[in-house]
Design a protein around this ligand. Sequence first.
Ligand code: URA
Length: 414
Amino acid sequence: MHVPTLISRKRDGGELSAAELRGLIAGYTAGEVPDYQMSAFAMAVFFQGMSPAETAALTHAMRTSGECFTHRTGHPPVVDKHSTGGIGDKVSLVFAPLVACAGCWVPMVSGRGLGITGGTLDKLEAIPGFRVGISLTEAAAQLERLGVVMMGQTERFCPADKKWYALRDVTGTVPSIPLITASIMSKKLAESLDRLVLDVKFGSGTFMRTREEAQALAASMREVGREMQVEVQAILNPMDEPTGRTVGNALEVVEALECLEGGGPEDLRSLVLDLAEAVAGVPRAVLAGWLDDGSARRKFDQLVEAQGGAPADLLRLGEIHRAPVMREVGAPRDGRVTLVNAGRIGQAALQLGAGRERVSDGVDFAVGFDRLVKCGEVVHRGQPMCRIHARSVGDCEVAAAMVEQAIGVDFSQT
Ligand code: URA
């Protein structure tokens, strides 16, 4: 295999065979193909795209670059969800235990936040002691016992994606539909699923800005699922305002717990139920009942305990991660909220330290926003539109100015 030839062919709009893509990914995983060649290849794909056959072959090569889940014969339906990223998106924390209540297995392998998009692993790690770094053997035993595991990508799980995603992040090659498809689907298909539901976001807080782009990504991921005999459903969701009323790691866990207890914001509950209904194989009303009667919350407690956390800590997460500075931002006038720009709120949260700029950065669990207003609500002058949790007064002032820009209040609509 002569890598410069493959790069040049893709640069000129040509197609690569499955064997060539397999060789490229195997060489990269083994350290034989250097980063500079993989960045050039990613850029060529960014501009030239890939055919559905190439995308499927790339996904397959990345899936098998490491170890995959192998479920025992006669296993229950194995299901999962994936969201293409959003602001305040704590859906996974509710979805996984809820769907496990239906008797499905949920081997959820999640990622960390990057840029303005939050990550499930960062939220889970806000729970003291919660271990996301567990082996596939341990995960398999936990699935037998509880039906749910929430973990990070191990060194041996889709290693090609782990390396390449970090490289794409610093070479401007993340927003390419075939590369996103292969990256996401390789990880999800390595869970050896029967059914997958995709929450494909579009709007200000995501990398798919328009519904058309989101549709194209959904179609590409469905096509790969079809090739690999996994039932894939995609639900398109606008991400113009954050999901729920919190953005920030510990604050989002607290809101997810409210939802797991039958409360919390309506948009969060309804999104969780939409996604769970698509794969759980039980009616929506039954799923809603498991939120309302405490079953889903009990399953989450068991999950936390199994992975090293203490359910008692969940009751005092707000105290464990109390930010030193808290301040409300008042409405500038009487009126109706017409805009809560998710992208800008995400930027403000990143500025506060809730997210990471680079893959190697850490995150601050305590900072972010809660009590965020929702579009359509009526506010009165001075009434809080959100509460900022910050590390310092300076950070808080910067975030307050950003939030004032992010939230629109129309005084003619009361
Ligand atoms: N998330 C991923 O895991 N991969 C991408 O390429 C984009 C988002």
